[in-house]
Design a protein around this ligand. Sequence first.
Ligand code: NAG
Ligand code: NAG
Ligand code: NAG
Length: 451
Amino acid sequence: MLCSLLKLVLLFPHFHESLNLTKKTNKRTTAVCHFWDSYMFSFCQYPFIISIAAKKVIIQRDSEQQMISMARQSLVDKVSRRLRPDMNMLFLNLKVRRMHLVSDSLDELTRKSADLKKKLKVTFVGEAGLDMGGLTKEWFLLLIRQIFHPDYGMFTYHKDSHCHWFSSYKCDNYSEFRLVGALMGLAVYNSITLDIRFPPCCYKKLLSPPIVPCDQNTPVGISDVSLDDLCHIMPELAHGLRELLSYEDNVEEDFYSTFQVFQEEFGVIKSYNLKPGGDKIPVSAQNRKEYVQLYVDFILNKSIYKQFAAFYYGFHSVCDSYALMLLRPEEVEILVCGSPELDMYALQRNTQYDGYLKTDLTIRYFWEVVLGFPLDLQKKLLHFTTGSDRVPVGGMADLNFKISKSETSTNWLPVAHTCFNQLCLPPYKSKKELKQKLIIGISNAEGFGLE
Ligand SMILES: *[C@@H]1O[C@H](CO)[C@@H](O)[C@H](O)[C@H]1NC(C)=O
Ligand SMILES: *[C@@H]1O[C@H](CO)[C@@H](O)[C@H](O)[C@H]1NC(C)=O
Ligand SMILES: *[C@@H]1O[C@H](CO)[C@@H](O)[C@H](O)[C@H]1NC(C)=O
């Protein structure tokens, strides 16, 4: 039953129009509307019974439809203006200079905002432009590395929780946050996993609401946030606030706080009032609940509202499928960042070889060693080779993992071409040697392991 419904959705890519029809005529009489109704009924009411892989298929299928119709539209436009159509208009072509990566990417994505749902192709100015997937992936890796660097100032890194959060630093232009959102959307559509760590409430906010509201004044990214959400980002602060809530002695004297927050921005401590005149209002047993709630709202919403809104609109400028309604927040994370569950046997089955045969001794040693690794070394290997220690939804087959023979001396360590998910392995003669060199190689790779 479910399967056939799912097939129906896949065979019925025009459910956008059907919704449009419903909106326009407000008459629910046509078969199309009935279809939309049953779609809503069967999936949106019970989205938890569809697997995430199936949801990814729905979203990608939906985006393919949108890509095809956009490409068709460009074709029609060209022909009607008697211009010669060329292949490039089927792609989202970004031309960027390495030295101006962020600003060029931002400009290109803004200029080509009508093409965001076409297949992405990146060229670096002044370099040969053959993108077999490697340049696009490199573009993602370099941009993410730059944007998330703490010195760059857009995000702060929280060591205790290993995650990033939006910097509350105020500026007059938040378009770079829009770029980050768009990058995440592009990653979903182009099946790239990004090595970024946001706390769970980021994805909750990203789906609030799941479809961009028609009214531009409707706030976005507003969801119920609690101390638990704060705990995922700043565990110590959350712990302190919890203690305050359950404190049994004199709160006013022992905590000695007011309705005021102090935050460091670029090395400068700034203070903010949680409510008007907050610096003069002491926190007491009576008002401590309000204080905690305002504090949480300040960190997770108020102080970063504009940043988050730009990020939200960026993501939804690429991912504007109704299928997003099917997703739970943690599933959005898996679509963007990949799944943390590694199946190394599946990786083995899906690995391609260049210069080696599956049956070669070195390859047999390799898999014996890798399958025997503890999880953290397996993750390191994956990170070393692909730039991320997670795998795309849909599994290892989507990864195109490749082992190629490097004709260097076996004294050398293995190296990786991260942009192609490729490991270059010298033909080591013994299992012991292979294991030793592999562990040194993958353990010392710094950062994204870009060559
Ligand atoms: C949706 O409806 C609006 C007007 O109600 C129309 O302008 C637009 O082209 C329609 N979109 C699609 C995809 O049919
Ligand atoms: C913000 O910056 C971007 C890129 O630097 C620019 O294209 C845009 O016009 C700016 N917007 C405003 C409102 O200044
Ligand atoms: C979130 O921030 C916005 C903008 O500062 C504010 O209007 C809103 O009241 C805040 N909190 C909630 C729960 O909506």
